[in-house]
Structure formats: C-alpha cells, structure tokens
Design a protein. Structure first.
Length: 364
C-alpha cells in the first residue's frame, strides 16, 4: 500500500490537475492530463479508487443505518433551538455520544477536540456539527495505530501467515473465520483452518461446514482433544502443502482468566515449533451489538493475551455502532474487520474515513 501511495503521490506531483480531474470528472478540460499518463499510472489511480466499491459503501451504509438514525435523532434533539455550538450543546452532545456506546473517555476526548475547534473558529454553527464530528472522529481514529488495510490481504514475506482467533462464545467468531477464509481464497490465497475449539462440538461442526462451503481444508481432532495439538497439526499440514494463510479457532471461555491465558500461551508456544514467530496475528472478535459488554470483553482478553487486531461483528442489527470508535480509541489496537450482515461479502475491512462518513454523512 505504501508503494501504491508513493506512486499516486508521484502522479499528483507530476500532474497538478490530477485531483481536480478525478474529483470532478471534467474529462474535456483534462484530456492533456490523461494523454500524458503512462499505462501504469492509469492502472495505479484506477486501482486506488476502486478499493472501496459502490457496493461495499452501500453495504456499510445499510449496516450502520440503525446507529446513524439513533445518533442523528439524538444530535437533532441536542441542538434543537440552538444556532451556535455552546456549552449546553456540548453537554448534550457528550450525553449523545456516551449513550451511543462511544465510551466515556473517548467521548471526553472528542468533546475536547470540538471545544478547541470552536475556540479557534470563534463561532461554530450547529449545522456544521456533523461535519466537525466526522472530521474529529476520523482524526482521532487515525491516531490509534489503525492504518487502513487495502483489502483482504496478508504480508507475503513468509508463508504461512498464521492468525489465531480469540473471543467468547456467541460473538460470531467461527462465522468470521469462515468469511475470512472465503475472502482470502477469493484473493487467490490458499487457506487452512484449524478447529482448536475442542470443547464445543458445535464449534468444530460449524467450522467444518464453513470449510466445505468455502472449499478450504479444516484440520480437526476428536472432542476434548488438546487445542495445542490441533494447532500443531494444522500448521504442519499447511507448511507441507505450502499454504498462504492459516486461521486457528480457539475456545471462547472467559470464566477463568488464568486458565484462558495458559491455554492461549500453550497454543502459541506449540505453533512456534512449526512456524517460528507464529502467530503473526491474534484477532479478537467482539459482538458490536453488546455495546459496553464488548469493552469489558476486550479488556479481559487484552489482559489474557497479546491482541494485535480486532473484528467487530453484528453491527447491522444494532444502534450501538459507536462502540467501534470507543474500542479503537481506548485499546489502541486496530479494528481490522467489521461484520455488517449474514452474507459472505458482509465482512469488510475497516476503513476509518468510510466508516465515519457512513455514520455522519448527510446522505449516507
């Protein structure tokens, strides 16, 4: 992605009218610009702008519609009868964000940013509030170790890329793994799944169904088997078959933090015997519809193991989508994927600007 951005920057530096041509589509005025581009530059620009397709944006808008309606109606009440953003409006806005599951600390951070902006601009119209919220929340998310990934891809420096997926039962963990396998396979990667949640028969069966559905191998053992042993077998098979990606499902028990920590540490240590430095990613799956409970789960799992990325699911059926903003801000761990529906294509990579735009854009 860095190489791509560098190439785009180079195009813009060489052709100052590029932004205008692309933004406004004024083809006649920029024929000279288009003719002067090399084929590679054209491919680079088209590729960059097609990363987030119209269909994906529509899925995102639809998935966040309940949250958007809830937030918008609350903001409308917060600014009712007011023409400028004053202390009372900010107090009301604080309540709106907290009740939208953004979280107290993150809300105070956002309010502080808006106060600073209002002080700098001297006068801020209440009609501008959505724009300001969108700008400030996007800026906040940018600071939180959350570089947007281009799409469903993994580094190809070494194979296989190993993902260990953690999360409590019922958050959509196994479904997320199935959808990730589908997306990676669609992107041309060979994928292996490991059914290391050996405590629930349903978890193994569900993963087997997803494996058949997507067309990827699933490594399993009998019920009650040692999860670390399943992980070892999965990585061994993946290495022998030169697989690109390995995704390991783990048990979703949280009743005993020490037990969970020990189990996940054992799985990690055993995987390292096959693939040094594995896992490359520990993905925590959270149910966005649980609001503040998702915060608590994130807290528990980050204490139990080193979480490097998060997936937040079930955002389509809830008005609690604000939880994504709060979790990203509070834990400084990138939200990498969001679940916006039941379909295979309804798991998306998380893009800060598109997310905030869908939440606060006028016509989103």
């Amino acid at each position: 992605m860095d190489v791509l951005q560098k190439e785009i920057d180079e195009v813009y530096a060489t052709h100052p009218t590029a932004h205008e041509a692309l933004d406004n589509g004024i083809v006649e005025q920029h024929q000279q610009f288009v003719r002067s581009l090399t084929d590679i530059q054209i491919i680079v620009i088209m590729g960059f702008f097609s990363f987030f397709s119209k269909e994906k944006k529509e899925t995102l808008d639809k998935g966040l519609s309940k949250t958007k309606e809830s937030v918008f109606s609350k903001i409308a009440r917060a600014v009712a009868g007011k023409s400028k953003v004053d202390d009372e409006v900010l107090d009301n806005l604080e309540e709106v964000l907290i009740t939208s599951d953004v979280g107290v600390e993150t809300t105070l951070n956002i309010i502080k940013r808006i106060e600073k902006r209002a002080a700098a601009d001297k006068y801020v119209n209440t009609q501008e509030l959505n724009h300001i919220l969108r700008d400030e929340i996007a800026a906040l998310l940018t600071e939180n170790n959350s570089d947007d990934v281009a799409d469903f891809d993994v580094p190809i420096k070494k194979k296989p890329y190993v993902m260990m997926v953690v999360g409590v039962n019922g958050v959509g963990k196994t479904t997320t793994i199935g959808k990730l396998a589908y997306q990676f396979k669609k992107a041309g990667k060979s994928v292996y799944l490991g059914a290391a949640d050996t405590f629930r028969a349903a978890a193994v069966e569900q993963l087997m169904i997803w494996g058949e559905r997507v067309g990827v191998p699933v490594v399993k053992q009998k019920m009650g088997a040692d999860p670390a042993s399943v992980a070892f077998d999965t990585l061994s098979s993946a290495v022998a078959n030169n697989a690109d990606v390995v995704i390991i499902d783990t048990a979703g028990r949280l009743h005993n933090k020490v037990g969970l920590m020990n189990e996940l540490t054992k799985i990690k240590n055993v995987m390292k015997k096959v693939v040094p430095n594995a896992p490359d990613e520990v993905l925590l799956v959270l149910d966005g519809s649980t609001g503040q409970n998702a915060f608590e789960q994130a807290k528990q799992f980050t204490l139990a193991t080193e979480v490097t990325a998060m997936a937040i699911t079930k955002l389509d059926g809830t008005a609690k989508g604000g939880v994504v903003i709060g979790i990203s801000d509070q834990f400084k761990i990138p939200v990498k994927y969001i679940g916006l529906g039941e379909g295979m294509e309804d798991l998306q990579v998380f893009r800060k600007n598109e997310f905030v735009d869908s939440l606060f854009g006028e016509n989103a």
